[in-house]
Design a protein around this ligand. Sequence first.
Ligand SMILES: NC(=O)NCCC[C@H](N)C(=O)O
Length: 258
Amino acid sequence: MPSKKALVRRPSPRLAEGLVTHIARERVDHGLAVEQWEAYVEALDAHGWETLEVDPADDCPDSVFVEDTVVVYRNVALITRPGAESRRAETPGVEEAVARLGCSVNWIWEPGTLDGGDVLKIGDTIYVGRGGRTNAAGVQQLRAAFEPLGARVVAVPVSKVLHLKSAVTALPDGTVIGHIPMTDVPSLFPRFLPVPEESGAHVVHLGGAKLLMAASAPKTADLLTDLGHEPVVVDIGEFEKLEGCVTCLSVRLRELYV
Ligand SMILES: NC(=O)NCCC[C@H](N)C(=O)O
């Protein structure tokens, strides 16, 4: 049976100091952020995901965005080397967590940099965004780690947003969804559906037709409902102020046979 486990990481008390790159800094309400994070975790739990908390990294403001620290394909966990220096101390705790789960562990090495938010898996195709956080050496190392396992790695440019998955994610049928103004080259994706809101481009498959989405994308939720999907909406407004989205608050482990 494929697994339905998800790694999450409690927000650091220093969350409000998290990085912002493409948007203006806004004040983050820490109490509200914790409430939103708990509701996000509850939504995963309510849809059959076993959520596992990585040990908190209180000194790392961005540690709640756990997706950026590891990419899992089949049974191999590739520990990233985040493009932002301030995020590098986040990885040891994640490495311990995936090793405990029985993953084989591999690493991105200097000079490579890679953020998990730049990696979009659709079946055995792995799109990797080359942008502000992931460099060419990181792309090459990802290729070297996963192509021998059967993946096809496709590198795509990312210049308008923080990560590839800030621009595009995929529906369960493999259709890539994205907000055109934020997507560098939509024609790189074989099936592309434009969505009307930037945060509408971010979905997490919960199982069946259910898609976890941010409350900030009501028009996209309507569009996807009309296409037969079932949005499950969570408010992650405090994390959006730090360029976070629903995808980056967890690492879903679907392929661990444990
Ligand atoms: N995968 C993601 O979308 N991660 C969001 C990371 C936000 C964080 N403030 C950062 O700039 O690294």
